[in-house]
Ligand binder design. Sequence first.
Ligand code: ATP
Length: 244
Amino acid sequence: MAEPGRARFKPSHATGVFLVFEFHVTTSMRIGLFGGTFDPIHWGHLRSAEEAREAFKLDRVLFIPTANPPHKKRQPISAPRDRAAMVRLAIAGQSRFELSLVELARSGKSYTIDTVRHFAANSDSRDSYYFIIGLDAFSDIGSWKDFCEIFPLCNFIVTSRPGAGDSQALHTLPVAVSGLFCYEERKRAFRHNSGKYLYFLRITDIAISASEIRKHVAAERSIRYLVPADVERFIKRKGLYRRK
Ligand code: ATP
């Protein structure tokens, strides 16, 4: 639960004989980080972010399109500005969702550790971060750059995804990953020795994938109700995913 606002008096500056105090009210935030290629963003992404937001009482969820994903073999990926534009259109109606361009602004491969470090270094130390990720993507985490260093920096919300297995999959992660956690029955979550948690969140099954959407467009099939209507219009207007 979000902590209540904390009030602090802080000496600001001296004016002659008076010491001026500023009254600061600061509130710790619970922030979700949701990375993805979003090529294109679809209802499966939006619903999982929404269910994570609600279940963990997140104040904000940042959608972070990746620039150069090390794990996606498929090339080419749509232009970053198009993927970012689709995210912007898709989240327009939810004030707690925001687009973050932090990975698009960085050159080279997009490594999660660099993104998480960025937020950890640039935030109020009382804020807490929750990295939202589908079980399919999380299962590869043992191959991510410096993955051991990610866990002390943020909590993880691993969400279910059709075809990706169930929470048992977390018990069978590579030893290098599972060895870093112990299961806490009370919280029904895995605890890292840094005090951060790894949660599994069962969400509504929505069997949509971006690759299927791209295939539909290439085959001139409908993608209505797979993506928000504005995203569908954007794809049509820009001629994305059409067979060349
Ligand atoms: P592609 O089909 O091109 O691999 P994708 O649909 O998996 O793309 P990504 O942008 O790679 O989309 O996914 C970003 C994140 O969203 C990942 O953590 C992934 O597990 C999660 N995700 C994607 N689709 C769904 C879905 N239908 N339900 C739950 N989680 C999803």
